[in-house]
Design a protein. Sequence first.
Length: 116
Amino acid sequence: MQALINGDSDGHPERARIENFTFKPFKRAEIRDMVVDKHPAIAEAFGSGAGIRLQRKDSDLALGIITNLQEQGILALPVHDSFLVTQTHERKLIEQMESRYLEFFNLKPVIKKEGE
């Protein structure tokens, strides 16, 4: 799946080299066909390197949030797709996340607090 989304093998992960890949209940072409059948709306992006470009955009988004908060004297720690700040800075974090996301994607993000 990673080779299909992130690879540059023109949508054919069976051409991608995967280190230490030994378990093969399906042929790679069969897996590709199953994924394409399940996700036709994004199938054209497979093998285009789109996953890598989106990961970079996600990293740039997170770095912008962290940097802008740091300039305000606020420490924000990234944890996967989340950020940790002291409770007193929660509102500033949310404002920064909304602002940067809107700037990057022209959409308002869905932000969930832990436990919601």
